[in-house]
Design a protein around this ligand. Structure first.
Ligand SMILES: [Zn+2]
Length: 390
């Protein structure tokens, strides 16, 4: 049966997590319609988070163009819309052609940019394979299109591949009761639940169908790309099995969303696994990068610009979450719902546009406290969860 589009409620949202203030307006109705899924890459940080990082490139590539960041490594950007308008994607020389890392979201503007890149910066040489760091639509969105266009393989970790297919399969389904129960328990009102219902299933509309088979990437695996070795460094918490690629020879790390210089990657609990502790996964995997990748590596992140200062940034990210957990413990001296604790975790006001991401992140912190034995949870007669410091 063909997937039925659910009616999508219009709202004053940009539809993209990198545009939390919702500054970009005036997009055509049709495009706004397909952007109804919150990409959940992260909330932007304040200036303080940038301290002591060095950005060696003065100019970023325009859409459809490329900048050489190392021998045989090209930096390109695909349009997303909004003030933080791009995702960085990378081309690695691979014999006669190019291995691509990350692909952009499924939109006509992205295919136009790719066609320009293929004919221009990539000199008409074929794509040999497509690596995807993780399942979010701005990363995986064009993977099916590129792999079919060049008849090449998708390289991705197993959990990212499978989770992506599961989430894409929600498109066209009715909103499940588990999802409504989850957000009701967090304290959402009827209007917020109605919006969730209206938007449910949007994920699959932001990506081309994945290929039906893939090449699995495994943590620690060494992959030859051209005449270089790239090592797979898996992280978790932002997405289930996120692959970074580290090349010791070039001292480069393609970090995807695992390490971003100016954005704190979103770490959220979702309705499919309400008791998950992704923040523990996140903190553990950030700490695990340090002994595996040297401090002087050039980091090639999915958003913002390439930077030096990996270990500084890892410390900053871990410290930020730990301080958030401490403030949260104080805040829940008296019982609170998930929606009551945004003030101690986020600097900005949380409006309807950010409610989903903020709730997911708040629950990630609350679940982490529960797993550490520092908080307890009780459910009231209305099915709402109340958290209290233990
Ligand atoms: Zn992401």
């Amino acid at each position: 049966m063909p997937a039925q589009r659910r009616p999508v409620k219009r709202s004053r949202r940009s539809g993209h997590a990198h545009n939390p203030l919702g500054l970009a307006r005036g997009r055509g109705e049709k495009e706004a319609d397909r952007r109804d899924f919150d990409l959940r890459d992260g909330l932007e940080e304040e200036e303080g988070g940038r301290a002591r990082l060095v950005y060696p490139f003065e100019t970023a590539p325009a859409a459809g163009a490329a900048v050489d960041v190392a021998p045989g490594v090209k930096w390109m950007r695909m349009p997303l819309g909004g003030p933080l308008a791009f995702i960085n994607v990378w081309a690695l020389e691979d014999g006669d052609g190019w291995a691509i890392v990350d692909t952009g979201m499924q939109t006509p503007a992205t295919s136009a940019a790719w066609n320009q890149v293929f004919a221009g910066a990539l000199e008409g040489r074929p794509v040999t394979r497509v690596f995807v760091t993780h399942m979010h639509p701005d990363h995986v969105g064009m993977a099916g299109w590129i792999t079919r266009k060049f008849d090449c393989r998708l390289w991705i970790t197993r959990l990212e591949y499978l989770m992506c297919r599961v989430m894409a399969a929600d498109t066209g389904r009715a909103t499940p009761e588990d999802g409504l129960r989850f957000y009701r328990a967090a304290g959402w009102d009827r209007a917020a639940l109605d919006t969730y219902e209206a938007r449910f299933g949007g994920f699959g509309r932001n990506l081309h169908a994945l290929p039906d088979s893939y090449r699995r990437m495994v943590d620690g695996e060494e992959i030859s790309i051209g005449d270089r070795i790239w090592r797979v460094v898996v992280g978790s918490g932002h997405s289930p099995e996120h692959a970074c690629l580290y090349c010791p020879d070039l001292n480069l790390m393609i970090s995807g969303d695992q390490v971003l210089p100016r954005i704190s990657s979103n770490v959220s609990v979702f309705p499919t696994e309400p008791d998950a502790d992704p923040l523990d996964d996140w903190l553990t995997s950030l700490a695990a990068i340090k002994p595996r990748v040297p401090a002087d590596v050039l980091v090639l992140p999915a958003h913002n610009d390439p930077f030096h200062g990996l270990h500084t940034r890892l410390d900053h990210l871990i410290g930020g979450h730990e301080r958030g957990l401490s403030r949260l413990r104080v805040r829940i001296a008296e019982p609170k719902r998930a929606i009551d604790v945004f003030g101690v975790l986020f600097k900005r006001a949380i409006g309807p546009d950010l409610l989903g991401m903020a709730t997911g992140e708040a629950l990630a912190h609350l679940n982490c406290l529960i797993h550490r034995g520092q908080a307890t949870r009780e459910t009231d007669a209305h099915g709402v969860h109340w958290y209290r410091a233990a």
